[in-house]
Ligand binder design. Structure first.
Ligand SMILES: [Mg+2]
Length: 161
C-alpha cells in the first residue's frame, strides 16, 4: 500500500473532530498539517489483515518518517524516491514512473489525491507493473473508511473467507 501525505493523510479541511493541527518544520520551513491519529492504527491493521506492506509515495519523502509517521502511530516506512524524475509531458503524475520502477510486479494499492487516466494508462503499459488499484482520495476530506474498505476488498480478492 502506497501512501501519499498531502490531501490523503493531511486533508485540506478538518473533516472530522479527531484531526489535530500540527506545525512541522522541514528544512527550516514551518508547515501546518492536519493529522488524524486513527489513520496509523487503521493502516497497520489493514496491512496486517491483508499481508500487505506500507510505503511512502509522497514528495515529503523521508520527512514523512520524521514528521508524519510518529504523529499518527506509524513506524518508519520505506520511501519511494519521487523527486528525482524530470517532468513528464505525457500527462502522468510525477510519482507514477517512480512507483512503476519501485513495485517490480508486486501488486499494489496507491492512495493519492492526484490520479487520473494517464496514470492508470502508464502503469497498465509498464512491463514492471502487475496488478494495481488506484484509490483516488478527495483532498478536502482525506483518507476515509470507505477508501480503506476498497483497499481491503481488493487486497483480499481471491482469498476464501
Ligand atoms: Mg497529494
Amino acid at each position: 500500500m502506497l501512501l501519499d501525505v498531502d490531501g490523503v493523510l493531511n486533508p485540506l479541511r478538518r473533516s472530522s473532530p479527531s484531526f489535530r493541527r500540527h506545525t512541522v518544520v522541514v528544512d527550516g520551513a514551518p508547515y501546518q498539517v492536519m493529522l488524524d491519529p486513527r489513520h496509523g492504527p487503521r493502516l497497520l491493521e489493514l496491512a496486517r489483515a491483508t499481508g500487505a506492506d506500507l510505503a511512502w509515495a509522497t514528495t515529503w519523502e523521508d520527512h514523512a518518517n520524521e514528521e508524519i509517521a510518529p504523529r499518527i502511530g506509524l513506524p518508519r516506512l520505506p520511501v519511494i524516491p519521487v523527486m528525482g524524475d524530470p517532468a513528464s509531458n505525457s500527462g502522468e503524475h510525477m510519482k507514477t514512473r517512480a512507483i512503476a520502477k519501485y513495485v517490480r510486479r508486486r501488486p499494489f494499492v496507491w492512495f493519492d489525491d492526484i490520479l487520473d487516466q494517464a496514470d492508470h494508462d502508464y502503469l497498465d503499459r509498464h512491463p514492471g507493473v502487475g496488478d494495481f488499484l488506484l484509490v483516488k482520495v478527495d483532498s478536502r476530506f482525506g483518507l476515509t473508511a470507505g477508501h480503506l474498505g476498497q483497499a481491503r476488498r481488493w487486497l483480499s480478492r481471491g482469498v476464501q473467507a
